[in-house]
Design a protein around this ligand. Structure first.
Ligand code: ZN
Ligand code: ZN
Length: 304
């Protein structure tokens, strides 16, 4: 019989102290931007697009760093949400962040010259939109319903990400209840972008779903469909010839798939950036008739 030494992270995990919830780090958008820039240099067809999103992410980081402390629900509301396993930062239960429309305009102004000439007019139009017009785009985006303004959607989504990730960062993990089932973010109630196998510390080898809105991550066991909780017949697909760091995990029960981003295969892989850079995998899954259960807000105009 052989014995295996446990590394520090594994010892804590074995002791039942795994982090169920990871709130977003302070350099969230900078890390995302750096990864997008790295991927843009590797990807021939998608390079210009990834460089544009990288610029957007850099401006998101600058906006996030410059904002004052966010307003949170009061202690009584937080306690109620925790007691009833409700997401405390659900957009429906909170007033919109003060001044968020100005963040949209800053993002549009800051990212416009990363676009080719032909794409700049649409972004310049966003800087001239009124607060009421931007509110309308935001409501539709947050409700995930009707089509929204295609040019404004990624920038409005990026501004909402800035404000909601800052709100999430102001919470403590202990203030958020563990969800009854893992389909939606326990912090804000939004859908995930993808799932990510993390490396390092107590999260070593654990899988987390990554929220499309507030960037919080919640733990879900591997080989389980995050859309319907099924554990049977889950299959992983990846592009032939690649390193398999990004896989599409397909569930035969609900016929949906979600990307699995494996940092154990590529330590720099990012749940949002690598999802965008593997559109070829989405096209293959779409051709096979499978629906994506994740949503990437930088690409939301693709649904129109
Ligand atoms: Zn969230
Ligand atoms: Zn399923």
């Amino acid at each position: 019989m052989t014995s295996k030494l446990l590394q520090p992270g594994q010892i804590e995990a074995a002791a039942g102290t795994i982090p169920e919830l990871r709130l977003p780090p302070a350099d969230l958008f900078l890390t995302r931007a750096r990864r997008l820039e790295q991927l843009a240099d590797r990807m021939l067809g998608l390079g210009d697009y990834l460089r544009f999103v990288a610029r957007l992410a850099r401006v998101q980081q600058a906006c996030a760093d410059a904002l004052s402390a966010p307003a949170l629900p009061d202690a009584e509301c937080l306690d109620q949400c925790r007691a009833h396993a409700m997401p405390p930062l659900a957009p429906g239960g909170l007033p919109p962040p003060a001044g968020w429309q100005e963040t949209v305009r800053e993002l549009a102004r800051g990212a416009v010259d990363a676009l080719p000439e032909s794409g700049r007019t649409a972004l310049q139009r966003v800087t001239a939109m009124t607060d009421a017009q931007l509110d309308e785009v935001a409501v539709r985006l947050l409700e995930g319903g009707d089509p929204v303004d295609a040019a404004a959607a990624p920038v409005v989504g990026a501004a909402l990400q800035v404000h909601w990730s800052r709100r999430a960062r102001a919470l403590e993990p202990g203030q958020v209840a563990r969800p009854a089932h893992p389909t939606l973010c326990p912090v804000c109630g939004a859908h995930p972008v993808s799932s990510v196998v993390r490396i390092g510390g107590t999260a070593e080898g654990l899988r987390y779903l990554h929220c499309a809105l507030c960037a919080s991550e919640w733990h879900v066991v591997r080989a389980k469909c995050s859309n319907c909780d099924n554990t049977r017949g889950i299959a992983c697909y990846h592009i032939e010839g690649g390193d398999g760091a990004i896989q599409a995990e397909h569930c035969p029960e609900c016929d949906s798939y979600l990307k699995l981003v494996r940092q154990d295969k590529d330590p720099l892989a990012d749940p949002v950036a690598d999802d965008l850079a593997t559109l070829a995998l989405d096209l293959l899954m779409d051709e096979a008739g499978h629906a994506k259960s994740g949503i990437n807000w930088y690409l939301v105009q693709g649904r129109l």
